[in-house]
Design a protein around this ligand. Structure first.
Ligand code: DLZ
Length: 297
């Protein structure tokens, strides 16, 4: 499975490193996982999409780093503010271009926040060109806090769901200290624990198994559990991933806990990560001062 593209660009000097970090933060880029080691340090920025292009002949790109945006003029205004603050009026005017038309039906401007690091920002003329326009969450769990509420009833299954969920969270960058596992007796108890946990984390992952053949009042329990989890999500505004299996028998449950039909715990973890990311994007990019540059539907 190919997951993403990372381009590591040497800043050259500590000053350029600081300028680039400051510039990309000021534009509202989502921070990624950087590093701080003896021999090097790195600051990382995420975008909703990556796109690696190789050009044959004369490259149409105005710079090696091309950032596709919506609301190009708003982005340019933020870039100009930052440039003036960092370099003064005169240098800002020299290092920041006007918006111009490209020959590929787009508009762009270039900016050089640090010497030797030109960056081009561009926007399609036709907003529907290129790809579906949508606000979407990413699958990086770095810096997110989770509660996993797991029922002990049918532990042979729920333990597997828990392993799947933890696997998904850690492999996506969640820190162990940011994941709290809360065990409850059965599925019936999940909503209350989820509701309490929701106040302390960015997302709650609920895991349980209801077996129709073995559960008295199966429908009633299932309805109440799903209603309670949904209600907690609505009332708290914190994403609650639903990983409560409802199966006819143990075999069916095992299949969904990692045997034949994937691991629903892992899937719930992915849904939780995506919803937190989406929540942050929608919050962080709410149109404050017209500087919204996420892909708007
Ligand atoms: C009682 C019960 C039954 C019959 N079946 C299940 C089940 O299939 N899955 C599950 O998670 N829990 C079950 N429980 C336990 C209830 O959820 C609850 O923990 C107890 O009724 C105590 O309140």
């Amino acid at each position: 499975m190919i997951k993403g593209i990372t381009i590591v660009r040497p800043a050259g000097t500590p000053e350029a490193y600081a300028k680039l970090a400051s510039f990309f933060s000021a534009l509202g880029f989502e921070g990624g996982r950087g590093w701080e080691e003896e021999l090097s340090r790195g600051v990382s920025f995420l975008t909703p999409m990556g796109n690696l292009e190789f050009a044959d002949g004369i490259s149409p790109a105005a710079a090696e780093i091309m950032v596709e945006v919506t609301g190009l003029e708003s982005i340019q205004a933020v870039a100009r503010d930052w440039m003036v603050r960092s370099w003064g009026e005169q240098e800002a005017a020299r290092r920041l271009s006007a918006v111009s038309e490209t020959h590929w039906k787009a508009r762009q401007f270039t900016v050089e926040p640090a010497p030797g690091h030109p960056i081009a920002f561009w926007e399609w003329d036709d907003p529907h060109k290129g790809r579906p326009i949508a606000v979407e969450g990413d699958l990086s769990a770095h810096g997110m806090r989770f509660a996993v509420v797991v029922a002990r009833w049918n532990a042979v299954i729920t333990d597997r769901l828990l392993q799947g969920a933890l696997d998904g969270l850690y492999r996506s960058g969640a820190a162990r200290r940011d994941v709290q596992v809360i065990r409850v007796p059965g599925a019936w108890e999940i909503p209350l624990a989820a509701r309490k946990a929701a106040g302390q984390v960015d997302a709650v992952i609920t895991l349980g198994v209801l077996l129709r053949g073995e559960t008295a009042h199966y429908e009633a329990i299932y309805n109440e559990v799903s209603r309670g989890i949904g209600q907690s999500q609505q009332e708290t505004g914190i994403p609650h991933a639903f990983g409560v299996l409802t199966c006819e028998n143990l075999e069916q449950a095992l299949d969904r806990a990692g045997l034949k039909a994937g691991n629903k715990g892992f899937e719930a973890a992915m849904a939780a990560i995506e919803m937190v990311s989406l929540d942050r994007k929608m919050g962080a990019h709410a149109p404050a001062g017209g500087q919204n540059h996420v892909h708007q539907p």
